[in-house]
Design a protein around this ligand. Structure first.
Ligand SMILES: *Cc1c(COP(=O)(O)O)cnc(C)c1O
Length: 230
C-alpha cells in the first residue's frame, strides 16, 4: 500500500469515528482531497485508492493537472479565491466551486458556463470569523447572495463553505463551525434547496462533522505537508 492509500484509510477512519461520536450516518459526509501543490502522480494514486473528488486552489495549477489526467473521471472542485479574469476557466473546467463570495463572480460563472455541461455546483463562501484571510461574504449578507446565486441559470446552488482560521482548542473550533452551520440552516429555513456544508480540514474535521459538515476538505492528512506557501 502507498502512503497516500494508507493516509486515505486513516482519514476515512477519523471521519467514521467522528460521525459515530455524534450519531451521524458515515455516508452523510463526503471527502474532498485537496491536492494543491501536489503533482498529477499523487492525484492518480489517490484516485486508484478510490478517491474521486479533488480540490484545487490555483486555477492554472489545476488546469495543468487536469490536462495530465484527462483519462480519469475526476470531479474537480475549485476551492481558492477567484479573480474575475479566471472565471471563464473555472466555468469551463470545474464541476464545483466552493469560493463564490461576490455576485459579480457568480454572474460571470453563470454566463460563461457551457449550457451543454451540467450546471456548475456552487457553494457560497462565508467569512465566519473575520479572519485575516478576508475571503467570504459577511454572515449577514450570505442569505442575500445565496438567493441571488440560486436565481442564476447554469449554476446550481448547493450550500455553504467556510474556511475559519485554525483554532487552538476543539471548543474554539466548535464555535466558528457553529456559525457556518447557522448560515447553512438559515438558507434552508428560507426555502433554498441546499444540501452541502463544506467545512473541516486536516486539523479540525472532527469538530466540523460534529457541527454538521457534509463535505470535509482534506489536504495534508492525505498528501503530506506542503511547502509553507501552500
Ligand atoms: C489547503 C486547503 C484545505 C486543506 O487544508 P489541510 O489543512 O491541508 O487539510 C482545505 N480548504 C481550503 C480552502 C484550502 O485552501
Amino acid at each position: 500500500m502507498t502512503s497516500i492509500e494508507q493516509n486515505l484509510q486513516a482519514v476515512h477512519a477519523r471521519m467514521a469515528q467522528a460521525c459515530a461520536r455524534c450519531g451521524r450516518d458515515a455516508q452523510a459526509v463526503r471527502l474532498l482531497a485537496v491536492s494543491k501543490t501536489f503533482g498529477p502522480e499523487s492525484v492518480a494514486q489517490a484516485f486508484s485508492a478510490g478517491q474521486s473528488a479533488f480540490g484545487e486552489n490555483y486555477v492554472q495549477e489545476a488546469l495543468d493537472k487536469m490536462a495530465a489526467l484527462t483519462h480519469l473521471p475526476i470531479e474537480w472542485h475549485c476551492i481558492g479565491p477567484i479573480q474575475s479574469n479566471k472565471t471563464r476557466q473555472v466555468a469551463q473546467h470545474f464541476a464545483w466551486v466552493h469560493s463564490v463570495d461576490r455576485l459579480k463572480i457568480a454572474q460571470r460563472l453563470s454566463e460563461q458556463r457551457d449550457p451543454a455541461l451540467a450546471p456548475l455546483q456552487v457553494l457560497v463562501q462565508v467569512n465566519v470569523d473575520d479572519g485575516p484571510n478576508k475571503s467570504g461574504v459577511a454572515v449577514h449578507e450570505a442569505l442575500a447572495l445565496a438567493q441571488a446565486v440560486a436565481a442564476l441559470p447554469r449554476l446550481r446552488l448547493r450550500g455553504v463553505m467556510a474556511l475559519p482560521e485554525p483554532q487552538d482548542t476543539e471548543e474554539a473550533q466548535w464555535a466558528v463551525h457553529a456559525r457556518a452551520r447557522a448560515v447553512f440552516e438559515q438558507l434552508r429555513a428560507s426555502g433554498l434547496d441546499v444540501d452541502t456544508l463544506s467545512l473541516g480540514m486536516s486539523g479540525d474535521l472532527e469538530a466540523a462533522i460534529a457541527q454538521g459538515s457534509t463535505l470535509v476538505r482534506v489536504g495534508s492528512a492525505i498528501f503530506g505537508t506542503r511547502p509553507s506557501s501552500g
